[in-house]
Design a protein around this ligand. Structure first.
Ligand code: ATP
Ligand code: MG
Length: 328
């Protein structure tokens, strides 16, 4: 029995969460859910977007499923990331059959360092203009590289690629690359290589099949993740995980999508795939594969799918179909 915090949040967050919880009932794993508030709607009622009570509920759980927060998304997620020390951001990119992808052979995962790099917010103005500080610590580089190798091992992936710009950023990315190869020594069976970020951006759209697991620093990971989401079917299908030492938070890449909210037209796939990431995180890998395969069948059939995928099923109708496949 896993203790899971559930934050449906705003807009389609609530609808894709309801759909995902319906599907999870048919997975062979027991969950004990605690529902918690955060987001715009809660803020309108109370004046705060993320109440301390929610932080405590999440801290007392093994994992958190998060739907979406509207305007307050940055506040809510940034604060949760800090409070829970979620140092790794995981964004898989996979082309599923029956979806509009640029390529049908994309299947890789980006593991992004989420606590330092160029995003520590240390900027300074001067006479001439402004500067920003870019930080790489041994500790954080080692932690994220280790996470990437462990993730690759657990999920049966074959290769880990470090992405950097060590030819220009000799000290910071030099250290990142050096640390990557040091950590790699503990994983002799894993294939590995390293690439420059600019070349990687090009290879995503020329030879995406060359990537399996990518580990990279904060800014590069941010940009490459969005490129990867564009490669592989868009927002309705893109899941993500934020992982720390003690807890993982799993959320779709999309936001509250006010244009779909309340209509039952949102695609639940990104949230369902976020639950797949949660199952992998809990080392329920068999259940994760079963859930993913059930969704893949529904996508491939292309019948009970939402409007963005060319069908006319509602969010819940699509979820009911995924659950049926699970129960078959
Ligand atoms: P927010 O401020 O909460 O991020 P947003 O208006 O930026 O809201 P997003 O959720 O980021 O909206 O999504 C951008 C667009 O992508 C939406 O307008 C919607 O049309 C589409 N979209 C996003 N998620 C889905 C989904 N699950 N199903 C269908 N369409 C989606
Ligand atoms: Mg948005």
């Amino acid at each position: 029995m896993y203790k899971i915090a559930v934050i449906p949040g705003d807009g389609i967050g609530k609808e894709v969460m309801e759909a995902t919880l319906h599907v999870l009932e048919a997975v062979d794993v027991e969950f004990d859910y605690t529902f918690a508030d955060a987001g715009d709607e809660y803020m309108e009622k109370t004046g705060v977007a993320l109440p301390q009570e929610t932080v405590e509920i999440v801290k007392a759980s093994q994992a958190c499923l998060f739907g979406a927060a509207g305007e307050s998304a940055a506040d809510v997620i940034v604060k949760l990331r800090q409070e829970l020390e979620l140092y790794a951001n995981i964004r898989p990119a996979k082309s599923y059959p029956g979806t509009k992808c640029l390529f049908d052979n994309v299947d890789f995962v980006i593991v992004r360092e989420n606590t330092e790099g160029l995003y520590i917010g240390l900027e300074e103005e001067s006479e001439e203009g402004a500067t920003a500080l870019r930080v790489t610590t041994r500790k954080a580089a080692e932690r994220i590289c280790k996470y990437a190798f462990e993730y690759a091992k657990k999920t049966g992936r074959k290769k880990v690629t470090a992405v950097h710009k060590a030819n220009v950023l000799k000290k910071t990315d030099g250290l990142f690359r050096e640390t990557f190869y040091q950590v790699a020594k503990d994983y002799p069976d894993m294939e590995l290589d390293d690439r420059y970020v600019d070349a990687t951006a090009m290879f995503f759209i020329t030879r995406p099949e060359m990537f399996d697991v990518i580990v990279t620093t904060n800014l590069f990971g941010d940009i490459l993740s969005d490129e990867a989401a564009g490669l592989a079917g868009g927002l309705g299908l893109a899941p993500s995980a934020n992982v720390g030492e003690k807890i993982g938070l799993f959320e779709p890449v999309h936001g509250s999508a006010p244009d779909h909210a309340g209509k039952g037209t949102a695609n639940p796939s990104a949230m369902i795939l976020s639950a797949v990431l949660m199952l992998d995180y809990l080392e329920e890998n068999d259940a994760a594969r079963k859930l993913e395969n059930a969704l893949v069948e529904v996508l491939a059939e292309g019948k009970a799918v939402t409007g963005d995928l060319g069908g006319n099923a509602s969010t819940m109708e699509m979820a009911v179909e995924v659950r049926k496949k699970l129960e078959e």
